[in-house]
Ligand binder design. Structure first.
Ligand SMILES: [Zn+2]
Ligand SMILES: [Zn+2]
Length: 257
């Protein structure tokens, strides 16, 4: 399988997963021009995308949809009922959707897709586990608390894109309004570096070879802090060979596994 990340962070999120002859894109949270350019840098031709899946309806995950859908109306759009409805309302893109139930499993070409619910302040947010040829990719960002479905999917991953949004001390000391700090800290907010490390330590996925830390806050995190926190947890859990890298808002990134 091949993972290509076009952007990851609070200003925009989008990635592609390729397996066999199938290409699935998750989220479209950048300007369309920038996103199409980054897709082509990673060898993903927008017209060849088999499906676009959305995690939830926040604009950092669907900002390009309106323009992208006008350029490529044949590319199918998939999301949970709640997310499809909320994005359709937000973007005025009302056709092209196939809705699935939260927790639903289905196949798109050569890739098996499993969705799982995550706690976040959006209509009906999910994470995904993609499988092809015996390998699995876990993708979950934008959730405030680790739940059992998250643990179960993470346990099966060979490669994972996991939120490591903020350093709790940097968030507390930031100049952000108290209500926003509370939202980010909260059960339906965002996963901190420590939360991501706790998940790694608790689950210790037996086949995980690469962990990519996602949706890093530009103001309340530093890539080296996120990596150090996860590294310490991995080493303590006996996962010394695990590759750990931060994803970025501005650089594209590709990885084959
Ligand atoms: Zn987000
Ligand atoms: Zn969100």
């Amino acid at each position: 399988m091949r993972l290509s990340v076009f952007a990851s962070g609070s200003k925009g999120n989008s990635l592609a997963v390729q397996g066999g002859s199938t290409t699935i894109v998750v989220d479209l949270g950048l300007s369309c021009t920038e996103l199409e350019s980054r897709m082509r840098q990673c060898g993903v031709e927008p017209d060849s995308i088999d499906a676009i899946l959305f995690t939830h309806d926040h604009s950092d995950h669907c900002a390009a949809l309106d323009v992208f859908h006008r350029h490529h109306p044949q590319v199918p759009l998939l999301a949970t009922d709640g997310t499809a409805g909320a994005i359709a309302m937000r973007t005025k893109v009302e056709d092209g959707w196939t809705a699935f139930e939260t927790g639903g499993e289905f196949e798109i070409g050569d890739i098996a897709v499993e969705s799982f619910s995550v706690p976040h302040d959006a209509a009906d947010p999910v994470g995904y586990l993609f499988s092809c040829g015996g390998e699995s990719l876990f993708v979950a960002t934008d959730f405030g608390t680790v739940t059992e479905p998250v643990r179960q999917a993470f346990r099966r991953a060979n490669c994972a894109v996991l939120e490591s949004n903020h350093d709790p001390v940097m968030l507390t000391q930031s100049g952000r309004p108290p209500s926003l700090k509370q939202r980010i800290h909260g059960r339906s907010g965002h996963l901190s570096n420590d939360d991501a490390a706790d998940l790694l330590r608790a689950v210790r996925p037996p086949n995980l070879s690469a962990l990519f830390l996602a949706h890093l806050s530009g103001e309340c995190n530093e890539p080296h802090l996120a990596v150090r926190t996860a590294r310490e947890a991995a080493d303590a859990a006996g996962m010394r060979d695990l590759r750990i890298e931060p994803l970025s808002q501005n650089c594209v990134f590709s990885f084959e596994f």
